[in-house]
Design a protein around this ligand. Structure first.
Ligand code: ADP
Length: 262
């Protein structure tokens, strides 16, 4: 079974000031996904559909007073509705390309404790897979057991590491808007070099992209999650979703240029 993550930076215009889909990328990526030939779960990022609201309302920050609580209630509602809309758009596009995609809302069955998944029963996901469907989950805003924060952002990257372990994935592929992990941010440092293999001993510079409102830690957050997965013996690969053909090769089991995390 494959777990495929489609990065929010490839699906949406991530630095837009309102939720904005990248129509051209979405259409091509969905077409490429339809070349899959084994069981598959898709997790997509939230991109500008999530980060704008999560940041504005400070989801995951300590709740100060009653007014702040009310403000964050509104924030949770708006963030969830926005990422659910993105999921609907992605699922609908996959249907158009012949993929039996089933949108599954993470916040309806996942609760975090201090921002890490504490409750997540994947039985229903397994049953959809066994019936030939392709479940499509996403980065979401969820309830958290920690009373100081009450709500948290669950990144698509945390979700794939959890699902990969729990569903015993054979392959974990993450697609983003860069070719993989570089020695430094390739968008700001033209000297940055692509790294073929990253392990816990690899030295990296992970700068935040100032114009990107990523509340889930960007590439740094991703590597942290994937190194944890590697500790469990599951290796993963980061590839570029913006290079035509990459996702098609990846989902059909062929080699793609990128970074392996092991
Ligand atoms: P996604 O939304 O696709 O999951 P993110 O936006 O969270 O991906 O992370 C990808 C971004 O991380 C890239 O667009 C890149 O600008 C940035 N980045 C920062 N440091 C690095 C690095 N060392 N290697 C690769 N990308 C990096």
């Amino acid at each position: 079974m494959i777990i495929l993550k489609i990065g929010g930076s490839a699906l949406t215009v991530k630095d837009a000031d309102k939720p904005t889909i990248d129509e051209v990328n979405l259409d091509r990526i969905a077409q490429e996904v339809s070349a899959y030939n084994e069981d598959m779960v898709i997790v997509h990022g939230a991109g500008s559909y999530g980060h704008i609201y999560a940041k504005k309302f400070g989801i995951g920050d300590v709740i100060g007073n009653v007014n702040d609580h009310l403000y964050k209630l509104e924030g949770l509602c708006r963030t969830q509705a926005s990422v659910q809309l993105l999921n609907y758009i992605v699922v609908e596009k996959l249907h158009e390309k012949g993929v039996p995609a089933i949108g599954i809302k993470p916040s309806s069955f996942i609760v975090t404790d201090n921002k890490r998944i504490a409750v997540c029963d994947t039985k229903i996901i397994k049953q959809y897979i066994d019936n030939g469907f392709v479940p499509v989950l996403y980065g979401d805003a969820v309830l958290d057991y920690n009373d100081y924060i009450k709500f948290a952002i669950l990144s698509g990257d945390q979700l794939i590491t959890y699902l990969a372990k729990d569903l015993k994935a054979d392959r974990v592929i993450l697609s983003s808007d860069v070719d993989g992990i570089y020695t430094d941010n390739p968008k700001t440092n033209p000297e940055a070099k692509l790294i073929d293999i990253v392990t816990k001993d690899t030295e990296l510079t992970l700068t935040e992209n100032e114009d990107q409102a990523d509340v889930t830690g960007g590439m740094g957050g991703k590597i942290k999650e994937l190194l944890q997965l590697a500790e469990e013996g599951i290796q993963s690969q980061i590839i570029n979703a913006e290079t035509p053909g990459n996702i098609k090769l990846a989902v059909s089991g062929q080699e793609v240029k990128g970074t392996i995390i092991k």
